[in-house]
Design a protein around this ligand. Structure first.
Ligand SMILES: *[C@@H]1O[C@H](CO)[C@@H](O)[C@H](O)[C@H]1NC(C)=O
Ligand SMILES: *[C@@H]1O[C@H](CO)[C@@H](O)[C@H](O)[C@H]1NC(C)=O
Length: 455
């Protein structure tokens, strides 16, 4: 190495790699791979050091080819849009700004209108602007034919405050240069909407922060007085977790139990981890997952794919949570037993990274809303979002990364029924944003598609 000094190296070699890392989702296998390359540029081995095994499969750049042909389409459960002309997913457009990782919230007062938010894709020209990450937001409606959900006003960067950190070391050091939020989610809780986003941490290198979403789009919630009483998380607050923590914390979601107590859910694999959250300051209690760990792992192992190679595959949390009662709104007999028929729903993804291409397979998980919050059911097959491409010869399918889940109808917040319509929001190949509207029942409505833990 001619250049040893970190800062000079960042100036000379870094921008392209740094930018590539910061411009894509930090959860991406690609960003982890780029960090490894970056550390090699700096003359440090990427850690943990890659296994020397499988030299015949590994090309000299560090990603291997998918070992098997693509599974047949019947390995997935295809879901179709209720409204687009050809039932495939719709594009979400933020004017001319390239945006991925979309979130869709019903507008609090306007019919057939949603507030959409997503991460701005950063181009190399943006180097000059200083590597700032933005979440863009706007008011959006469907085009007449229903093929696109698009901003009806200019999208604007949401005022999520950058945080100071400086705690990144070793292979993560480059992330100290980050300014601004990453991979933000927007979602409703029982009373109001929130955002959770990744940003420079005061505890580890990169942490998860939460804020009342209304603070970011005050015009939309102006004058809705009853909701103003809930003043928790008015400012961005870092979410803590019971130990152990990791240098890069990501993909947290929160859930509310039957008593409306707020909890944070940190991990699903290889073990669940979640804790009660103090809404005043983001502090947490102990990890509550230990009580049900044996039961939960048995159930998750029964339905989720076996992760064969930790270097190229993993399972992690993807979306926020919603509360779902497993019957139609009109079904009185089921509603009488609402407490025991109501579950927390979330989506997790099986990630693989072959031939430099990430793919994600989404699975729905239901767990109980009452303590001890054990897992109740898991998708038997991953969801295939209609419109996702499949290239047989290249042994790959389009990368769709599900980021958010929300009720479509105005006025709905956290809780819904099987015959309510849901939006799933997802990134498409890290540069575009897509969504699909389906009935909650299309995801979990029968035991053909969702497997129960018991029996
Ligand atoms: C469905 O419609 C969309 C939007 O018009 C189009 O981009 C897509 O190619 C169509 N897909 C199929 C399978 O016809
Ligand atoms: C629930 O609602 C869906 C959608 O309207 C309908 O297809 C289904 O038959 C209903 N199920 C029952 C048990 O009524």
């Amino acid at each position: 190495m001619l250049v040893k000094d970190f800062r000079r190296l960042v100036l000379i070699l870094g921008p392209v790699v740094v930018l590539s890392i910061l411009s894509i989702g930090l959860w991406q296998a690609k960003s982890e791979y780029l960090l490894g390359q970056y550390n090699q540029l700096r003359g440090k081995p990427s850690s943990p050091p890659p296994e020397p095994a499988k030299p015949e499969q590994k090309n000299n750049l560090g990603s291997i080819e998918r070992p098997n042909p693509l599974p047949p389409p019947s390995k997935w459960k295809e879901i179709f849009s209720l409204t687009t002309p050809n039932k495939t997913f719709f594009e979400i457009r933020f004017g001319d700004v390239p945006v991925f990782n979309p979130n869709i919230l019903p507008h609090p007062t306007e019919d057939d209108t949603w507030i959409i938010m997503g991460q701005k894709w950063v181009s190399h020209e943006d180097i000059a602007l200083g590597l700032i990450a933005y979440e863009m937001g706007c008011k959006a409606r469907f085009t007449v034919n229903g093929e696109e959900l698009k901003c009806i006003e200019d999208p604007e960067p949401l005022p999520i405050k950058p945080t100071t950190g400086g705690l990144c070391e070793g292979r993560w050091e480059v992330l100290n240069l980050n300014v601004g939020p990453h991979d933000a989610r927007a979602f409703y809780g029982p009373n109001k909407p929130y955002t959770i986003y990744g940003s420079n941490s005061n505890l580890v290198c990169f942490g998860q922060w939460i804020q009342d979403f209304r603070e970011l789009v005050p015009s939309a919630w102006k004058g809705i007085s009853s909701e103003k009483e809930d003043t928790t998380f008015r400012h961005g607050t870092e979410l803590r977790r019971p130990p152990p923590s990791h240098p890069i914390e990501k993909n947290y979601f929160v859930f509310w139990d039957n008593k409306n107590h707020m909890h944070a859910h940190y991990d699903i694999f290889p073990d669940r981890s979640f804790a009660r959250l103090n809404e005043k300051d983001g502090a947490v209690g102990p990890n509550l997952a230990l009580t049900t760990a044996k039961h939960d792992n048995k159930c998750l192992e029964k339905y989720l794919p076996f992760v064969s190679d930790l270097e190229f595959e993993s399972i992690h949390q993807a979306t926020n949570s919603l509360k779902l009662t497993l019957c139609n709104r009109s079904d009185r007999s089921c509603r009488l037993r609402e407490e025991e028929n109501t579950f927390i729903m979330t989506i997790v993804q099986h990630k693989s990274f072959y031939s430099f291409h990430s793919e994600y397979e989404p699975y729905v998980i239901l767990f109980r809303q009452t303590a001890p919050y054990e897992v109740f059911a898991v998708s038997k097959k991953p969801l295939w979002i209609s419109g996702r491409g499949r290239q047989e010869e290249k042994k790959r399918t389009d990368m769709l990364y599900v980021t958010s889940m929300g009720w479509k109808e105005k006025g709905m917040r956290y809780h819904g029924f099987l015959d309510d319509v849901l939006f799933l929001g997802f990134g498409v190949e890290d540069k575009r944003a897509g969504g699909i509207d389906v009935l909650a029942g299309d995801l979990v409505g029968s035991t053909d598609i969702i497997g129960l833990c018991e029996g």
